[in-house]
Design a protein around this ligand. Sequence first.
Ligand code: ADP
Ligand code: MG
Length: 254
Amino acid sequence: MNTALEITNLRYRYHDGTEALRGVTFRVAPGECVGLLGPNGSGKSTVLLHLNGLLPDKPGLDGTVRIFGQSVTPESIETIRHQVGLLFQDPDDQLFCPTVEEDVAFGPQQLGLEDAVVETRVRRALAQVGLADYGSRATHHLSHGEKRRACLAGVLACEPLVLALDEPTSDLDPRGRREFKALLRRIDATKIIATHDLELVAELCSRAIVLDHGLVVADGPVLTLLNDEQLMLAHDLERPHILRHHHPHSDDSA
Ligand code: ADP
Ligand code: MG
């Protein structure tokens, strides 16, 4: 298959000796939206950090990560970062400029784009996330949901081909979650979403990958995986309520 990203036998040990990834392999085709599931500590964030080389060549690293065929190495990292946009789990780790527009402009400026182009991209990205009038607002005064959207605008302004999202709906209220979901649906990039929000996965992703203890334990169509009660239980996951309606008899054995 044509691949947007390809991870092959990826192993990663943090400097304190923690084996976060123990040989992870999977591919994602262009345009796919994949849910990355698994309990806390299973390695989801570590996988995402490797996609744009935030955990570069180190003694604890083995295996390969390719983005559109190009291997992520210290030499290719500049190009790779133009292609992969990563939304951190905590917006406060991502926002660091005083105002929203400065923050959203930072990425495109790093790409070396002309001021006029940066300005256009900032305006477009803010409109895309529903923050068109927020440009001059102070980032640290935004609500949590607004911070999330401001971060996403910053990532979108770089026009990435691959979007990696780390628990994008955690800590959002129901409306915030609904809005964020609608927003993600409108984005064309290849998406990989690490999340515990299985409703989001059921609605947005065609495929899911389950990690546990640094290994891929399942990879397949979303509905097949989410409806596999044994698999879900074995890895501390829970079938979302929206699916229960479709399987009125499946709770009989409980
Ligand atoms: P998840 O995102 O699925 O919760 P992580 O990728 O954050 O999992 O963590 C995978 C494993 O690596 C866990 O055992 C975690 O404790 C460990 N880990 C994560 N970040 C670090 C770090 N900076 N230093 C040491 N160990 C880490
Ligand atoms: Mg994580």
